[in-house]
Ligand binder design. Sequence first.
Ligand SMILES: [Ca+2]
Ligand SMILES: [Ca+2]
Length: 259
Amino acid sequence: MFFKQFVVAAVAAITSPCVFADFVAVDLSAKINADIRSYTGGISYPLGGQTLSFGSVPFTLGLLNGSTTTLGAVQLPGNGQPTVHSFPVNIAGATRLYTLINSTWGVYGVTNGKIEVFGTNGAYASFSLVQGFNIRDHYQGNFQNIINDSTVVSTGYASGARLDRQVLELPAAFDGQVVTELRFQGTGLNPSGAAFLAGATFETVDSCPADFDHNGAVGASDLAILLGAWGTANADLDNDGTTTASDLAFVLGAWGPCP
Ligand SMILES: [Ca+2]
Ligand SMILES: [Ca+2]
């Protein structure tokens, strides 16, 4: 499933130097096997079936069996059975992967599994899911509640549940390549930790930066946004820190459908 940021979020995200990025969600629905709203404290998790931002990154949240009262996730089994979930994708220009991963149970220091990203021409990246470093139990209570990786962004809920967002910077080997597969795998051990994946989103280079409103073309609506941002950094396409005639020229030069 492809989606783009709403323009408000896109403009708000532009700081100096301006960075234009798109986000592409991975469709997890084929492997969703759990409703984490039914977990301890999970009642205050958001409902699936919507796109929500976690640390400025949009995630498409799934449903279990189509039920609109659930928040679906891909849960590794708790019986110690090694499990691999594969998600085929076709994403060009990817620079980062963001995931929403927590676990049921968890023991500090134990590696529960890993995330792998495969691309064309042998491009590959991975990170391990380590309790106490980048993953922890989904609930602030028993088991393992520590995260030490400063790149992890946490969203907590009143009931004690949480979703932690990890990031994987894709290496230069992915430049010019296409991401073809995301893999989520683990040992699924109780009590050392069985991870669940509630969301996965790739960040990609924006191939059409003048399309401010992300409607697939550069047109009058984008011109209006540019004029509204005149003299600010909010529609600065040439990275000089402000929006002026040079950015207007860029918009006019890109007029028409995005490539
Ligand atoms: Ca547009
Ligand atoms: Ca400019």
